[in-house]
Design a protein around this ligand. Sequence first.
Ligand code: HEC
Ligand code: HEC
Ligand code: HEC
Ligand code: HEC
Ligand code: HEC
Ligand code: HEC
Ligand code: HEC
Ligand code: HEC
Ligand code: HEC
Ligand code: HEC
Length: 305
Amino acid sequence: MSGHRWTWLAGATAALVVALGWSVATAKVKKPIDWVALNPAFAGATFVNDTETCRTCHDDTMTPYAETKHARAFAVNPPAGTGECESCHGPRSKHVENPTAELKIDPASRARTTVCLQCHEGGARLGWKAGAHQSNDVTCSSCHSVMAKKSAKGLLVKATLGDTCYQCHAEVRADGNKMSHHPVREGRMDCASCHNAHGATPGLLVKNTLNETCYTCHAEKRGPYLWEHAPVRESCANCHTPHGSNQRNLLTAKDSFLCLSCHSYGGHINLPRYNRTSNPYGNGCSNCHVSTHGSNHPSGAKLTR
Ligand code: HEC
Ligand code: HEC
Ligand code: HEC
Ligand code: HEC
Ligand code: HEC
Ligand code: HEC
Ligand code: HEC
Ligand code: HEC
Ligand code: HEC
Ligand code: HEC
């Protein structure tokens, strides 16, 4: 009885996965590669397809590897044909007979990336080949560690996602220490809240435009408003910087200077209470123009309510 029930459940789950179009990576090599093209030394080699053979010499490497997501997934569902280790390391019959490093694939080469894309093309990596990382020779191994588990999730090379990125983007860490910043260092969000490291959008953002990215969390800024403020629709980056600022509210400049970069004094009679950049009202122009992002008030045309 219970056997039937589980079979049904497995079938139903599979049907659901298909119906919803979930792209769960399976151990199946979706896109087999030509190993000889990656390294001519593979010519004539065949797949040993037996991890116990590898263990006779590589037990030290295989012990930490056993904790990784790959080892766990492959224990249930090993890659057909190639076997587990050789799905990433290529056919190794010649290596088993004469163990040298001649079959090595340079971790910094795009060829190594091809190895991973056998199973991971598509999904979040749909745009990988056109993205800023690929075109700057950043490879999967720059961010991912596959032989040992070093992060709680994502098989990253460092313990945290931020540290993985700071290897190359140290200036973003410095920005995160400024007075006003998104709560990345507090652990309430991370770089992946706004970026897809595998993507191809401008700025590797999770959405196609900067504003769409911001609206995922600041939905109220999307409007539409009865009285729009043109630069807000155009780009939040007209006034804000994403990673950190020494001005309040992640502003690119003290707000009176910011406003005056586009608005001359013309709008006001030239009285200090309007136009002084370091005015006594504290927050400069937004002391009176409280609805900088747009107003829904019938008389909010000048963004003062
Ligand atoms: C008889 C012992 C032996 C067996 C069996 C063996 N290896 Fe090796 N392997 C070595 C030695 C020794 C090295 C280091 C070679 C060097 O640095 O010159 C090595 C290096 C490697 C490397 C790093 C260099 C490279 O070629 O990329 C990988 C990966 C590797 N082995 C994978 C495997 C896999 C997978 C298996 C099982 C199919 C396996 N080995 C079976 C002895 C062995
Ligand atoms: C998902 C792909 C993948 C699988 C599966 C995999 N490896 Fe690796 N292996 C790599 C990559 C990439 C490196 C380069 C170093 C790194 O990223 O950690 C590597 C490095 C190695 C090395 C050389 C460096 C070291 O740690 O000593 C050996 C030996 C090795 N692997 C053996 C194995 C064996 C044995 C298996 C099977 C139990 C295996 N690998 C499974 C991708 C893989
Ligand atoms: C033979 C197919 C195959 C190959 C080749 C392969 N992977 Fe995977 N990978 C998988 C499977 C299966 C999973 C587990 C998916 C799951 O459970 O959601 C996985 C999971 C992952 C994860 C997610 C880990 C986590 O904690 O969620 C990362 C990152 C990853 N692989 C990176 C790589 C990299 C980098 C390479 C190349 C060095 C590579 N993979 C090569 C099949 C493969
Ligand atoms: C610039 C850094 C970086 C590079 C390069 C990179 N990744 Fe990732 N990858 C990440 C981060 C960050 C995550 C998200 C981890 C998390 O959310 O915990 C991730 C997640 C993943 C996952 C699991 C989630 C998913 O999308 O399925 C897989 C699989 C993966 N990467 C494969 C790859 C492969 C294959 C390559 C090379 C083509 C690659 N990555 C290159 C940073 C990178
Ligand atoms: C191995 C070095 C390296 C690592 C690690 C790395 N990057 Fe990059 N990243 C680069 C290079 C090189 C460029 C392209 C040149 C530039 O814009 O600085 C780049 C560009 C970018 C860009 C700008 C893209 C554009 O279109 O202007 C973003 C955003 C980015 N990386 C985010 C990340 C995130 C998030 C991580 C961590 C998950 C990360 N990077 C990890 C090297 C790296
Ligand atoms: C709140 C959203 C957000 C978060 C969180 C975030 N970024 Fe960004 N990042 C952006 C935006 C927006 C841009 C500008 C993109 C553009 O101009 O096209 C950007 C640009 C970048 C660039 C390109 C160079 C630059 O400074 O303009 C890099 C590199 C980068 N981010 C890395 C990171 C890293 C690393 C993290 C995590 C520590 C991170 N970002 C966290 C939104 C974010
Ligand atoms: C993943 C969610 C998320 C995304 C995406 C996001 N933010 Fe935020 N934002 C937050 C959180 C959380 C805070 C902190 C709110 C708090 O402390 O109560 C914040 C705070 C702010 C602040 C106020 C900072 C301060 O010093 O008080 C500004 C300004 C801001 N975000 C602008 C942006 C802009 C511009 C974008 C797009 C580039 C963006 N945000 C994208 C979550 C997000
Ligand atoms: C014309 C300049 C300007 C533009 C463009 C702009 N902002 Fe602002 N933003 C400000 C100012 C000024 C403040 C401080 C407001 C105050 O103190 O009353 C602020 C404050 C914020 C805050 C924190 C306070 C709050 O209202 O929640 C968030 C979040 C924010 N902006 C998000 C965004 C987003 C998202 C965009 C793009 C859709 C955007 N801003 C575009 C000027 C701008
Ligand atoms: C990037 C340029 C830019 C910045 C920065 C900017 N604005 Fe504007 N603002 C505009 C444009 C463009 C309009 C639309 C003008 C029009 O319709 O004639 C506008 C309209 C306005 C209006 C309505 C004017 C009218 O004639 O109805 C007010 C009030 C205003 N802005 C206040 C501010 C304040 C306060 C700040 C600083 C927080 C600011 N603006 C920053 C470009 C900017
Ligand atoms: C003491 C409050 C106050 C301060 C401070 C203030 N404004 Fe105004 N502003 C107003 C009011 C009220 C109006 C509407 C006047 C009207 O409708 O005739 C206005 C109108 C405007 C207009 C629209 C002018 C037009 O032609 O209709 C602009 C642009 C503007 N302000 C920009 C600014 C800028 C830039 C600053 C900072 C340098 C600033 N304001 C500071 C109260 C203020």
